[in-house]
Design a protein around this ligand. Sequence first.
Ligand code: FE2
Ligand code: FE2
Length: 193
Amino acid sequence: MPETDAPLTYGPNEDVVDLLLAQHAQIEQLFLLVIGGTGETRRDAFDDLVKLLAAHETAEEEVVHPLARTLPGGGGDAMVDDRLDEERQAKETLKTLVAGGVDADGFETGIILLRDAVLMHARHEERYEFPRLRQFVPAERLRSLATAVRAAEASAPTRPHPGAQSAKGNLAAGPVLAVIDRVRDAVRKPSES
Ligand SMILES: [Fe+2]
Ligand SMILES: [Fe+2]
């Protein structure tokens, strides 16, 4: 089957690296919308950002980093530990921002710090981790992982239902954790077979 050289392909040839790269770009866009936006626009963009970030980082934690640990060369374990630390810190900051909501004092500062940390983290993955996946993991496996990650993320709610809002009208921390749990459960199933 002919391979395409396009960096972002969708459909049967999309592999998990394509998918994660596309999500990095989407995450960056959403940060721009949150930081540049006000009122409802900012609130909606922040909700979308929280969902995507939670799902994306959880899928990486469950699928990509464990796989990267098994690959030869490149100080795999230390590299993966660094990525996991970055993700843990980002999730903590994210939870704090979610709990306070977009109108809280300190949201402005917090969201900029989070953006800088998340984008730096994404660059590290792109530089140190993704190339090794492409080098050492069979293309077929990378494609099936894309399918697994997409299915897992599709199982997570994309918009909060009214009961999921906090008193301030913002997305509550509970549903964010639920997204993480559901993505985790969904990605574990296919990898166990
Ligand atoms: Fe990550
Ligand atoms: Fe990532």
